[in-house]
Structure formats: C-alpha cells, structure tokens
Design a protein around this ligand. Sequence first.
Ligand code: FE2
Ligand code: FE2
Length: 187
Amino acid sequence: MKNDKPFLTDVRQLRTRARASIKKGAVTPDYEGDVKQAIEILQSVLATEIVCVLRYTMNAVAATGISSDSVKKEFDEHAKEEQDHMRRVAERINQLGGSPNFNPEGLATRAASQYVEGSNLIEMIKENLVAERIACEHYRELIRFFAEKDPTTRVMMESILVNEEEHANDMHDLLVAHEGKPMLPKS
Ligand SMILES: [Fe+2]
Ligand SMILES: [Fe+2]
C-alpha cells in the first residue's frame, strides 16, 4: 500500500483523537473516569505498538538488495523492542483493570500510525521513520496528559519514548547511509 502523504494525514488524525480523549477527562475528573480514560488511551497505544511489531517483522523478512543484511538486522532489533513495548502497555492495561485489546479486527483504525509496507528498502526505511515520528509526537502528548495524574503510566510512556526516538534516529541514519541525503519531513 502506498500513501503519498502519510505523515501529515496521520498526525492530523492522531491529534484529533488524542484531543478528543483528553477533553473527556476534563468533564469526568472522578477517579473511575480517569482509569477508564487511561485504559482507552492505552488501547490505542497498544494498537500502535502491534502495528509496529507487524511492520518491522514484515520488513525484516522482505528486505532485499545491496547491503540489506545490516538493515534487516536493524528491522529485527526494532521488531523485538516494539514487542517489548506492546507487552508493557498490555500489562499496564491489565493492572488498571482493563483487558488488553489484541483483536486484529479494527487494529489499523485503533492505531495512531498506519501500516505501510514500502516496496523497496529505501521506502521501508522512510515509512518506518514516518511511523516513529508519529509515535514520538503521540507519546509526547500522552506524557503531558498523564503528568501527575498517573505517574506509573507516564514513566512507562517516557521510557518507551526514549526507545522510539532511538528508532527514529536509527532509521534516519540508515536513510542517510543508503540514500546519501537526509529526508526529514517539515513539521
Ligand atoms: Fe514502540
Ligand atoms: Fe519504534
């Protein structure tokens, strides 16, 4: 699947979705309401992480071409780390009394980032960079949202964000190495 402007479209969508959820919190300041809302937000993070696991795993298997071995290794490493994020978010949903939603039905619409495969090595790297940048922006917003209301979730999201920023940086380095020039979408 090819998308001409995945970055802009996704950021707009995720902002709308994140803002809508955050607004709900202001009108239901009771504890019960917050927990329900935290679970709802984390379900979307879980879906985002599952999509990341799928995309990197697919890329690691499908990557071909000159010097694809080192790129495959990087994709594999990221797939494992995304799986760890997925597991931690699912555990947190469970701790909060929710049931982590692993249902493949509707997965893509629950996730903040799209599943875009990329038809060659460079496109795969670009799509991953786009997805990582979306995750970073989304998670930064969520960290500000959880703030002091739920420090445990916030700290978890902060540690995942550190990892996502490394992922974005890795993809950017690969792109520079393979294409000879940086590709950073203007934001
Ligand atoms: Fe992740
Ligand atoms: Fe990532």
